[in-house]
Design a protein around this ligand. Structure first.
Ligand code: PMP
Length: 344
C-alpha cells in the first residue's frame, strides 16, 4: 500500500496542533495555575486528561492492545468523522462503503464534501470484493466495512476482508460496533499484521454505555498520532472518563448481558418467523434482527400506535419491506410479540 503519510491530506500533514496546558506539563504538580481554570468546584473545575491515559491503560488491558495503538473518542462516530477529515481532500478524494450499511459514513462524507461510492453487498449480504476494488481509483483513500453489519446483522467473511486489506492501496476501516455479540470474529488479533487496518469498536452496545459516549479506534501508532493531532483537545469529558473507569470493571456482568441478549435474539427469531406477515428473518451476529415482512410500513405504524418503536429500513438497498428490531429485555421482547399476536 501507499504510505500513510502519502495518503494524508497536506494541510493535516503540515498542521501544528493546538497544544493544551495539560499537554505541555509532565510530572507531579501541586498547584495548577496554567489553564485559567476556576480553583473552586473540584473536580469539575479541571480540564480532563486530553490523552485519557488512565482510561486507555484500562482499555488496553481489556482488549489486549497496547495503549499507544488506541484512540478514544466521543462515540465511535468521532473517529469516523476524523478519519475522513484527515485523509480525504474535499472535492477530490473519495471513500467507498458497502450498501447497505451504517448511515454515518455517508453523513460524515457529505459534511466534509467528500464523494462516497456505494458498492452493493451480494444478496446474502457479503462483500463483492471485485466490485469494491473496481470502484477504487487513485483518489480512493478509505474503504469503510462494518462487521457485524448494520442493518443486515451478519458478519462479513474474514477471507474477503483480508483480500481487501491485501489489495487496496489505501486504508480499510472495519467498524466492529457489534463485535461483542459475535465472539471470536473480531479482527483485532490481526491488527498488527496490517498497517492499513483501522478497527472501530464502541462501549455503546454490549457494554450498555451509549449515554456516556465512548468509542475506540485501534490502529498503528502513526494513525493514532494523526487522530490525536486533529481531535478536539479535550474530546472526552471528566464525567465520561471517570464513569468509564468504573463501568469497565463490569466485565462479568457484560458477559451475562451478552449471553442473555443472544439467547433472546434466537428465541425472538424462532417466535417471529411463525407470524404470517413475516417473510424472512436474516441470520444475525448482532443485538438486533433484520426482518422482511409483507407490509413493513403497516407493521411499523401499528407498533408505534402500541408505543413500541422499531426501525423501518424499507427504503434501504436490499432491505425493502424490512424492519430492524433491537433485542430488549425478555419483558420488552414479550411486549413486542404480544402486540404482533393481536394482529392475527
Ligand atoms: N458503528 C455502527 C455500525 C453503529 O451501528 C453505531 C451506532 N448505531 C456506531 C458505529 C456509533 O456508535 P457510537 O455510539 O460509538 O458513536
Amino acid at each position: 500500500m501507499t504510505t500513510i503519510k502519502n495518503l494524508l491530506r497536506k494541510n493535516i500533514s503540515n498542521l501544528h496542533p493546538y497544544s493544551s496546558a495539560r499537554d505541555e506539563f509532565t510530572g507531579e504538580a501541586m498547584v495548577f495555575l496554567d489553564a485559567n481554570e476556576n480553583p473552586f468546584n473540584e473536580p469539575y473545575n479541571r480540564y480532563p486528561d486530553p490523552l485519557q491515559k488512565k482510561l486507555k491503560e484500562k482499555v488496553a488491558e481489556l482488549k489486549n492492545i497496547p495503549a499507544e495503538n488506541i484512540f478514544l473518542g466521543n462515540g465511535s462516530d468521532e473517529p469516523i468523522d476524523l478519519l475522513i477529515r484527515a485523509f480525504c481532500e474535499p472535492g477530490t478524494d473519495n471513500i467507498i462503503t458497502i450498501d447497505p450499511t451504517y448511515g454515518m459514513y455517508q453523513v460524515a462524507a457529505d459534511i466534509s464534501g467528500v464523494e462516497l461510492r456505494k458498492v452493493a453487498l451480494t444478496t446474502d449480504f457479503q462483500l463483492d470484493t471485485d466490485a469494491i476494488l473496481q470502484a477504487t481509483d487513485t483518489n480512493t483513500k478509505l474503504i469503510f466495512l462494518c462487521s457485524p453489519n448494520n442493518p443486515t446483522g451478519n458478519s462479513l467473511e474474514k477471507e474477503a476482508i483480508l483480500r481487501l486489506l491485501n489489495h487496496f492501496k489505501g486504508i480499510v476501516i472495519l467498524d466492529e460496533a457489534y463485535t461483542d455479540f459475535a465472539p471470536g470474529k473480531s479482527l483485532l488479533p490481526d491488527l498488527e499484521s496490517f498497517s492499513n487496518l483501522i478497527i472501530l469498536q464502541t462501549f455503546s452496545k454490549a457494554w450498555g454505555m451509549a449515554g456516556i459516549r465512548l468509542g475506540m479506534a485501534f490502529a498503528s501508532t502513526e494513525i493514532i498520532e494523526i487522530l490525536n493531532k486533529i481531535k478536539y483537545p479535550y474530546n472526552l469529558n471528566v464525567l465520561t472518563q471517570q464513569k468509564a473507569l468504573e463501568l469497565l470493571n463490569n466485565k462479568e456482568t457484560v458477559k451475562e448481558w451478552i449471553k442473555l441478549l443472544i439467547a433472546e435474539r434466537e428465541k425472538m427469531a424462532e417466535q417471529l418467523k411463525e407470524f404470517p406477515f413475516v417473510v424472512k428473518i436474516y441470520p444475525s451476529d448482532a443485538n438486533f434482527l433484520l426482518i422482511k415482512m409483507h407490509d413493513a410500513k403497516g407493521i411499523y405504524n401499528y407498533l408505534v400506535e402500541k408505543g413500541i418503536i422499531v426501525r423501518d429500513r424499507s427504503s434501504v438497498h436490499l432491505c425493502d419491506n424490512s424492519l430492524r428490531i433491537t433485542i430488549g429485555t425478555p419483558e420488552e421482547n414479550n411486549k413486542l410479540t404480544e402486540a404482533l399476536n393481536e394482529l392475527i
